[in-house]
Design a protein around this ligand. Structure first.
Ligand SMILES: Cc1cc2nc3c(=O)[nH]c(=O)nc-3n(C[C@H](O)[C@H](O)[C@H](O)COP(=O)(O)OP(=O)(O)OC[C@H]3O[C@@H](n4cnc5c(N)ncnc54)[C@H](O)[C@@H]3O)c2cc1C
Length: 581
């Protein structure tokens, strides 16, 4: 790891970004005074927190951001090295309780990577810019009775976050994309490497499309990425860099919020621990909680916001009876690997390692698919991220162990069975999953990791649907293109499912249960309608909102980074509207 850090520092210096290592790209540490007051206090300077901070500072309000992590590291800013980040100090590296389901491939728990840095999970995520589908927002608008959440009304917020640099997308789909927002959005095109798989997918009814953030929600494309000029587009950088010296912006890093204090039902102050000292900070206008899906409920529960049962177990007095920490939505995710083209070329195997030396790009071609199992539907029910791996690349094992957290045994089974073959490593996300899990503070010590139960497959329909999804995806094996290549699914011969008939539904159920991981699209622990109102205010309380992925009531049909950025923009607008009244 140290060697990678040196390479990263060297590369950043070459790119003129050695300032990241020197700590002058991000806002510096605020001077803290106990009992100081600010207009707004933001609890958690993550993906959404940085966006809200930026917009409030832009409008001349004093803002204190309290962030548990430090600055993003140089390595994290280099897009191609994302596989090195899980398990480092940028990652809370939470583990679920053992829930009898799906945990065996990760060592009897489900691994839950989550960002612990200024920028939050955007600092270690996988760069994909894929929005939820319009229907998701229209559903939220119906649920809340607030048309402000409709897709038509949310689209301007998505546009506000980005500048699409890909000329084809920008010119053809300009009505869907921003041209002056903070995040630079690009594509890395590898047409030759992905052509055969796109052809095979099309042969079994999966169209190739240009822009899944545009007019269609179904198909396969080479994805848009949160990468610009070889640099990760975390909001910690692109939203905060040019206001880092603004006197209204106060950011305290390595600072853990332990409690929010209420006077009757009004949020008035925040307690936070910095270098062993507990400070109290007062909010003149509002407190915005954006500590992420796991820590927002933990902080709220420790502050007396939660069900009586949960608070009694912690011996915390109740301030508001809200279902905080229920409704955890983690779309169960399964990986399947197919071996494809035979390839004995040693030189190309060696050249596949080059991306590791020049880590400003994703180290392998990618294909993104959002797909319905019912081919006549325009609403996808699963999503796939397909790593198009060249033959004999070590990236399969690297990604498999480091990112997806499978045991080495599972990964080596895949790796050895693709020897001399190119491969498609598909991360398959069930977007219609309905099972819910929970997040509970473990104790009144904020440093104690919350207890997280995934709830995977607690609703049996999720398991049935997972099998339908795999069968739909693997229908690609019957395409003429894949047949000609002698393609095959690998890694299906493991002992736990050896008693099931190969290819049967029972076999695939067994496969799903032994290969499910969390993916990374967590949401729902303080949802719209039952926990916050449509203005993101905690129900029954005053001067406090939640603005992070916790508020999405169900699994959205996309990934979450773009959704959370747009949410941050909307939250800022809502806050400023109230401030103006
Ligand atoms: C490994 C990974 C890969 C992903 N890949 C993609 C992708 O490719 N595309 C995509 O669209 N989405 C992706 N996502 C999802 C997306 O990045 C997240 O959903 C989104 O960033 C969440 O934003 P948030 O603001 O809700 O929370 P976060 O960004 O996680 O922010 C929460 C912040 O609160 C801070 N915090 C927590 N507790 C405290 C406390 N007590 N005191 C102070 N601060 C605290 C945290 O340190 C963190 O900075 C990925 C996520 C992960 C984890």
């Amino acid at each position: 790891m140290a060697a990678f850090h040196s390479v990263a520092a060297l590369l950043l210096a070459t790119l003129g970004l050695s300032a990241i290592e020197a700590g002058i790209v991000f806002p510096s540490q605020a001077k803290l005074t106990d009992n100081a007051s600010y207009d707004y206090i933001i609890v958690g300077g993550g993906t959404s927190g940085c966006v809200v901070a930026r917009r409030l500072v832009d409008t001349n309000h004093s803002v204190l951001v309290l962030e548990s992590g430090g600055d993003p590291s140089a390595i994290s800013m280099l897009p191609g090295l994302f596989y090195l980040l899980p398990g480092t100090n940028l990652d809370y590296d939470y583990k679920s309780t053992f829930d009898d389901y799906a945990a065996s491939a990760q060592g009897n728990y489900t691994r839950l990577t989550a960002g612990n840095a200024l920028g939050g999970s955007s600092v270690l995520n996988h760069h994909l810019s894929i929005r939820p589908i319009p229907q998701d927002y229209d559903d939220i608008a119906s649920l809340t009775g607030d048309d402000g959440w409709s897709y038509d009304n949310m689209l301007p917020y998505f546009k506000k976050t980005e500048t699409v640099k890909d000329e084809e997308i920008a010119s053809t789909y300009s009505e869907y994309h921003g041209d002056s927002g903070p995040l630079g959005i690009t594509r890395e095109l590898h047409d030759d490497d992905v052509a055969y798989y796109l052809k095979a997918l099309a042969e079994v009814g999966n169209p190739t499309v240009e822009d899944l953030n545009g007019p269609v929600s179904v198909g396969y494309m080479q994805p848009l990425l949160n990468i610009d000029n070889g640099i990760r587009q975390t909001p910690a950088y692109v939203y905060l860099n040019d206001i880092k010296d603004n006197p209204n912006l106060h950011i305290s890093k390595n600072t853990k919020v332990s409690k929010i204090n209420f006077a009757n039902s009004t949020a008035v102050s925040v307690e936070a621990i910095y270098k062993g000292t507990t400070y109290t900070f007062r909010a003149n206008k509002e407190i915005i909680v954006s500590a992420g899906v796991f820590n927002t409920p933990q902080i709220l529960q420790l502050s007396g916001v939660g069900s009586k049962e949960v608070l009694d177990s912690l011996n915390v007095d109740q301030v508001a009876d809200l279902p905080v920490g229920d409704n955890l939505r983690i779309p169960p995710t399964v990986i399947v690997v197919q071996k494809t083209k035979k390839n004995l070329n040693v030189l190309s195997a060696v050249s596949s390692l080059l991306p590791a030396v020049v880590p400003t790009k994703i180290p392998f071609p990618l294909l993104l698919g959002t797909t319905p199992t019912n081919k006549s539907s325009e609403i996808p029910n699963y999503q796939t991220y397909n790593l198009m791996l060249p033959h004999d690349t070590p990236f399969l094992t690297l990604a498999c162990v480091s990112i997806y957290g499978y045991t080495l045994d599972v990964c080596l089974r895949w790796q050895t069975q693709i020897a001399t073959r190119d491969a498609v490593y598909s991360v398959v996300v069930n977007l219609d999953a309905v099972s819910t899990g929970t997040v509970r503070a473990n104790s009144t010590d904020i440093n104690d990791a919350p207890i997280i139960t995934t709830g995977f497959y607690s609703e049996s329909e999720d398991l049935e649907r997972a099998v339908d999804i795999l069968l739909d995806l693997l229908a690609v094996q019957d395409s003429p293109t894949m047949k000609n290549l002698g393609a095959a699914v690998v890694g299906v011969d493991f002992p736990e499912c050896a008693d099931k008939e190969a290819g049967s539904r029972e076999f695939w159920k067994c496969y799903v249960l032994h290969r499910t991981i969390a993916g990374f699209l967590y949401s729902g622990t303080c949802p719209l309608q039952t926990c916050v109102d449509s203005e993101l205010k905690l129900l029954g309380l005053k001067k406090i909102r939640v603005a992070d992925a916790s508020v999405f009531p169900k699994v959205l049909h996309g990934a979450l980074n773009a959704a959370v950025l747009a949410l941050g923009e909307k939250a800022a607008d809502l806050i400023l509207q109230d401030a103006a009244n």
